[in-house]
Ligand binder design. Structure first.
Ligand SMILES: [Zn+2]
Ligand SMILES: [Zn+2]
Length: 797
């Protein structure tokens, strides 16, 4: 009997496909190696899941070749991938492909190559093949090109005679492969004469000086917040030399910087994590510390412990662009051991980084996909800002990097350390139930107090014509701050949901009586609709709460705020940061630069400005309408509101000058708002958890979101109804329910109709079984529609 290899392909199929062993043979450990196999009219790169003794299927060609000699997906990651595939209900082939860095998924194209005999037998070919032979006389031809030139859909059949006569053969062209698996390293050249350099160039030179004169270019651009072109300009000016190397250059600073002295709270946290590192046991920790409480120092010291044990560390960060400072501290402490992976790497650099992360004792830092770095001897995983939405991948497999990190730590028997100032309620509930161990850092290390927060009741403000922008308090504070030459940050949360409703007089937001979420306005039939359960009521002309006639749709626009600012401070410059002004590359950085150089007094922006900005001259933060997040129809609206307000409040008072926050609101007794004003996470969590438990939402139930998309509305409805029927046909047992089908917040997106169902169950395993059963009852294939399965969705709109 011959041997057969089984391969998972990157297609929506759950089963592996079988092929004969390629002529080029097998690697020593085939499982987890990439292999090129014939698929219909082309080739694909799959991942081998095993070899067995059997006769290969008759109608299938042998696999072409293995691309790896050692598994691209090593054993521990293989187990993690199989878990992900099952948990996130995503076929294994797609899951494994996601785990590999982009350059490991080369595109395959088919090429028709002439055989030596063709030249001498050109006269003997049938007439319809003359044109093909003419093309082949110039060399191999890509299949796509051949198809185009010959104008036939099935070029395979056309040229079969040539193949049979051994006059031509199909080959696979792999590529384009990265030219080199090398890393670009920049070295500082101290020029004898000072040369004029742009501000961006200065930042590059400073970052290089701060790290001993050498840094990988990919890291340098993150640290200095510049594009690669700036490095190239400096290179042309002779201020920087860039070389390409496989190994990190030995003169890269390798000395390990001294740790800072720890506060007792930091020491306690480090001791707990270090003990788990030394004992090689799985334990998940939540490091809960207010902004500025020194979480990074805890990560660094715990990582040092793992590295001292010869283990490797993976550190996930939400957005690489916002982590320049943290990256500098890791580099300062661990020198060459730091391996940065992010999407800005060139393909060759990405492969080089992937290869370097296998060196024992390395520290890999990067966004969610860094959780798949093939480090050996994993000793600790850190997830900074664990609540951040960027950890969730919004395409298949829809995994959450934080949860995968915890599972990976579990498989590797090592601790997972999650950190946040505003933990997600899922994580916090896991602390209360004892699943995670909570470590608290209650105070800021710099000794600066948290900024004072005032809430302005907008209902009590004198009435004006049109929407009110600034309360008298916020206006007064802005005048004072700007008068002192300090800066103001204004948050205008406008997430493009023009369907949300709030009364401009009393702040009333219409809610679904069953789902406790905000209703959305549907102009066409003039109704308010719940997009969880499809409940609807006629839209009111008068506010049901105050009988006023100023129910507003959407919220204040940035332009309106700009206008008001110009009339208040005609001679001061205002900057705007939102999706419109940051569309071009580097715009984000230019705005921050201008604020740093104090070229403007006010920065107005959407939630973009809440994250990570560190502007010491900002002493006042104003939130134009603190209720806006609550208008968003999602059971997490309160949580989002708290996180946003807590984060934006953290932008004030980042220096000895202190700071103040003014929140304008109509819903002044809303618990999330009051808790944010007092910087009191516990109070917020207590109240919010109570409501979630009552309403049966996560973390007290597990949730799967099912979304059907398609061009034809009726087909989408039929598919969604079939799923609903499937859900009804099975008894889910106690604690199971579903909502929908209902139109999501955007019922049509890019020409596709959408319907969604939310399936809840108190028991996670029951939920998965219920959904699987319902989906198989609904049938796999529905003409013209596509099903999205989102396990633990972050967005339910
Ligand atoms: Zn009202
Ligand atoms: Zn509802």
């Amino acid at each position: 009997m011959a041997a057969v290899i089984d391969v998972y392909l990157p297609i929506p199929a759950w089963r592996p496909y079988s092929y004969a062993v390629p002529e080029t043979g097998l690697p020593d450990e085939p499982q987890g190696c990439r292999v090129v196999v014939p698929v219909r009219r082309g080739w694909k790169v799959g991942v081998c899941c095993g070899v067995r003794n059997a006769d290969p299927p008759e109608d299938v060609a042998p696999a072409r070749e293995f691309l790896d000699r050692r598994p691209a997906i090593p054993c521990d990651l293989w187990d993690l991938g199989m878990w992900m595939s099952s948990y996130y209900m995503c076929p294994p082939g797609i899951t494994f492909t996601t785990m590999l860095p982009g350059p490991c998924r080369p595109r395959m194209s088919a090429v028709l190559e002439p055989r030596p005999a063709l030249a001498s037998r050109a006269d003997t070919v049938p007439a319809e093949l003359k044109a093909v032979v003419e093309l082949l006389s110039h060399g191999p031809v890509l299949r796509n090109r051949l198809e185009r030139l010959m104008g036939v859909p099935d070029v395979e059949r056309l040229v079969r005679w040539l193949i049979e006569q051994d006059l031509a053969s199909w080959k696979v062209k792999v590529g384009p492969e990265p030219a080199s698996k090398q890393m670009a390293i920049a070295t500082l050249v101290e020029a004898p004469d000072p040369v004029r350099v742009t501000a961006a160039g200065q930042r590059i030179l400073e970052a290089l000086r701060a790290s001993g004169g050498r840094l990988p270019v990919a890291e340098l651009v993150v640290r200095a917040r510049v594009g690669r072109s700036v490095v190239a300009t400096l290179e042309r000016a002779g201020l920087v030399v860039v070389e390409h190397t496989m190994e990190p250059a030995p003169s890269l600073r390798d000395s390990v910087g001294p740790p800072l002295s720890l506060t007792p709270a930091q020491r306690g946290a480090v001791d707990a994590v270090s003990e788990a590192v030394r004992n090689r046991v799985f334990q998940s920790f939540l490091l809960h510390g207010v902004t500025g409480s020194g979480k990074t120092e805890v990560y660094l010291t715990a990582a040092a412990e793992a590295i001292a044990q010869g283990q490797s560390v993976v550190c996930l960060v939400p957005e690489i662009a916002l982590t320049a400072q943290m990256l500098a501290r890791f580099r300062g402490r661990f020198g060459d051991r730091v391996v940065l992976v992010h999407s800005g790497l060139r393909p060759g650099e990405r492969l080089a980084a992937w290869a370097r992360s296998t060196v024992p004792g390395s520290l890999v830092i990067g966004p969610r996909s860094a959780v798949f770095a093939p480090v050996s001897n994993l000793g600790l995983i850190v997830v900074d800002e664990e609540h951040d939405a960027s950890y969730k991948q919004e395409r298949d497999p829809r995994y959450n990097g934080r949860d995968v990190a915890i599972m990976r730590a579990h498989h590797a028997s090592c601790p997972a350390l999650l950190g946040s100032a505003t933990p997600s309620l899922e994580t916090y509930q896991h602390c209360l139930s004892g699943k995670h161990l909570m470590l608290e850092l209650p105070d800021r290390v710099d000794g600066w107090a948290m900024p004072a927060v005032s809430i302005v009741d907008m209902r009590a403000e004198p009435k004006v014509h049109g929407p009110r922008v600034f309360s008298s308090l916020l206006r007064r504070r802005m005048e004072e701050v700007i008068g002192r030459g300090e800066q103001v940050l204004l948050l205008l949360n406008r997430r493009g949901y023009a369907r949300s409703v709030q009364c401009a007089d009393c702040g009333f937001i219409p809610q679904c009586p069953d789902c406790d979420i905000a209703l959305t306005f549907h102009r066409r039939d003039y109704r308010y609709v719940c997009h969880y359960c499809d409940y609807a009521e006629p839209a009111h002309d008068a506010c049901p709460s105050c009988q006023g006639h100023r129910l507003g749709f959407g919220s204040l626009g940035t332009e309106r705020v700009d206008e008001e600012l110009r009339s208040l401070f005609p001679d001061k410059r205002t900057l705007r940061m939102d999706r419109d002004t940051t569309r071009s590359r580097g715009a984000h950085v230019r705005i921050i630069d201008a604020m740093e150089r104090e070229e403007a007094s006010v920065l107005v922006g959407t939630q973009m400005i809440a994250k990570g900005l560190d502007l010491p001259k900002v002493t006042l933060v104003g939130v134009v309408n603190a209720d806006t997040p609550l208008q968003f129809p999602d059971f997490r609206a309160g949580e989002r509101a708290f996180q946003l307000l807590a984060q934006v409040a953290g932008r004030a008072g980042r220096s000895a000058a202190g700071g103040e926050v003014v929140l304008q609101s109509f819903l002044v007794d809303y618990p999330a708002l009051l808790a944010a004003a007092r910087h009191d996470y516990q109070a917020f969590a207590r109240e919010e958890l109570l409501q979630r438990r009552e309403a049966g939402y996560p973390p007290f139930a597990s949730l799967v979101r099912l979304e059907v998309r398609g061009r034809v509305g009726d087909a989408v409805d039929a598919h969604a109804n079939a799923i609903a029927a499937g859900l009804r046909a099975v008894r889910p047992g106690q604690g199971g329910r579903y909502l929908g089908p209902a139109p999501p917040l955007l019922p049509r997106l890019r020409g596709l109709h959408r319907r969604q169902l939310l399936v809840f169950h108190r028991a996670r395993s029951r939920l998965h079984a219920w959904v699987r059963d319902a989906l198989s009852r609904a049938g796999e294939h529905h003409e013209g529609t596509r099903l999205v399965v989102d396990v633990d969705p972050l967005e339910t709109a």
